[in-house]
Design a protein around this ligand. Structure first.
Ligand code: FES
Length: 515
């Protein structure tokens, strides 16, 4: 089974075998280096390589380790940010562009599947959105009116494919669903077959511009944690959130979402996509994998690091699913991360504050699958031609430097005092923490905070809970066995290894004083 950034296996992880790659790349100058081998990184690399550029993808873990391995993969043109809001924030013409972009996005995936005959369960199907009270009905009416303005076809319907009470519903035809990891792995193989290079287990630590001694052109040197350095003309951070310190970290809020795959009686699986309108909303769909249908339900979203008991989120989701569906068994439960953009649209284009030819794609909200393809189309056009019809509406530089940005960093730096190793013994910690096997928590010892996890065998894993990004204090995620940062969503394993950015340094391990 391929790995993911959480302890709970998603439905998709068993659907592929690890990629058979040499994990080395020629020491040559690349046209484009892409950081991150999720759906954005692989789709963009494939498109640029197919257009004749020489690309290298550098992945800190393995392909689809991040959110692509945990998405529920709804391909919908009815976005989480309603067109009502997009029109209000960006104007009608820009909202039309967004609608056109996400339509093109689904088509882009469909084209690749046809071209490479990828057996990933892709299916065009309708989606349904339903209101259950008067406020939701009013909101639904606004959504219909805004969809009409931006030419997204929707119509009212009297039936929905799930047995949940509703008072008003709409149908959105020709949406889609697929098995995301299967798709990305096959596309990665097509990229490699076309001469592209992919290296896993190699994190990018930093990049710097310099002048090429031969051509006198400005090039970018990319430093990795394996001490290898690569040189490129253009660099793309397809890492879900860019690493380092960037104004985008103030404009993208990290959220966790919960999903489960369940078995239902054979004639109970809805063929279509379905969404309620509660906040946070629930989402439902079916995916057939190797002839077996799975009903996938999700919801219970919350800000990363802001929920004390993440296991309770699964309990609430399970109670909700059991209330409306005849559940025979639950086969998978998992959670995943996404970044909500401040003004409702993703940030795709030149990385704010960086020198030229460094690009980013982030802030997809709950629409990562379609926006990954908008990013692919937009960034490949920018890199190949310097222009894109979508450039302005998704421009990350629409975010102006925020007053007090420097103070923000300082304030966070004061949150947790660093612990000097060796102040405390294992016995002291045991008595202080009263931890059950398999549990974790942050404890205070002599005014110092310590992150503790006791594994099922009773061994203590002891860390400094200061996030290495901007020094907020991490919190325990009991469901995924990870330490999560509530500020910008960095996550760490029980031994402090970075699971996802923006941090690029591990949490510090604490050596205990001998008893
Ligand atoms: Fe930024 Fe932790 S302080 S992710």
């Amino acid at each position: 089974m391929i790995k993911r950034d959480g302890a709970l296996p998603s439905l998709w992880q068993q659907t592929v075998n690890p990629l058979d790659i040499s994990n080395t790349a020629p020491d040559t100058k690349y046209d484009v280096i892409i950081v991150g081998a999720g759906i954005t990184g692989i789709s963009l690399a494939h498109r640029l390589q197919s257009a004749g550029l020489q690309c290298l993808v550098l992945e800190a873990h393995s392909c689809c380790f991040g959110t692509t391995g945990g998405t529920t993969a709804h391909l919908n043109t009815l976005l989480d940010t309603p067109y009502t809001t997009i029109i209000k924030n960006f104007g009608e013409e820009n909202a039309k562009l967004v609608a056109q972009g996400v339509k093109e996005a689904v088509h882009n995936i469909e084209k690749n599947i046809e071209k490479y005959q990828i057996a990933c369960g892709f299916e065009r199907t309708a989606a349904y959105l339903f209101a259950q009270d008067d406020d939701q009905q009013k909101e639904l009416q606004d959504i219909v009116e805004s969809c009409e303005k931006v030419s997204v076809p929707v119509h009212y319907t009297n039936t929905i494919p799930v047995n949940i009470p509703f008072i008003k519903a709409i149908e959105i035809p020709s949406q889609a669903k697929f098995s995301p990891v299967k798709y990305v792995y096959e596309l990665a193989k097509a990229f490699i077959d076309a001469g592209g290079q992919l290296i896993e287990q190699t994190a990018v630590v930093t990049h710097a511009h310099r002048t090429d001694e031969v051509t006198s052109e400005e090039i970018i040197e990319v430093q990795t944690d394996t001490d290898l350095t690569y040189v490129t003309n253009a660099l793309v951070y397809a890492t879900h959130i860019p690493p380092g310190v960037n104004v985008l970290h103030l404009r993208c809020a990290p959220y966790r979402s919960y999903a489960m795959a369940v078995k239902l009686p054979l004639d109970n699986y809805p063929a279509e996509l379905c969404y309620d309108m509660v906040d946070p909303y629930h989402y439902y769909r079916t995916q057939v994998i190797d002839g077996e249908p799975y009903f996938i339900a999700g919801g219970e979203d919350h800000k990363t690091g802001h929920e004390e008991n993440t296991t309770a989120c699964f309990n609430r989701l399970e109670a909700h699913v059991r209330k409306y569906f005849n559940v025979e068994s639950i086969t998978h439960k998992w959670s995943s991360q996404y970044y909500e953009p401040a003004d409702g649209l993703p940030y795709i284009g030149e990385l704010p504050g960086a020198r030229p030819n460094v690009f980013v794609a982030t802030g997809y909200g709950g629409n990562g699958m379609v926006y990954s393809q908008v990013a692919t189309i937009l960034l490949s056009d920018l890199i190949l031609t310097g222009a894109s019809a979508y450039k302005d509406v998704f421009d990350p530089n629409r975010v102006k430097p925020v007053a007090g940005f420097a103070n923000f960093i300082k304030e966070n730096a004061d949150v947790v005092k660093n612990l000097v190793s060796g102040l405390v013994t294992r016995d002291q910690l045991e008595s202080l923490s009263d931890l059950a096997h398999g549990d974790g928590k942050v404890v205070v010892f002599d005014k110092h905070k310590i992150a503790l996890y006791k594994d099922p065998e009773g061994n203590l894993h002891v860390l400094n809970p200061t996030c290495t990004h901007l020094k907020c204090g991490v919190t325990w995620n009991a469901a995924e066995l990870s330490w999560d940062c509530p500020c910008h969503g960095a996550r760490y394993s029980i031994d402090g290894d970075v699971l996802n950015g923006p941090a690029n340094m591990d949490l510090k391990k604490i050596d205990l004083k001998e008893d």
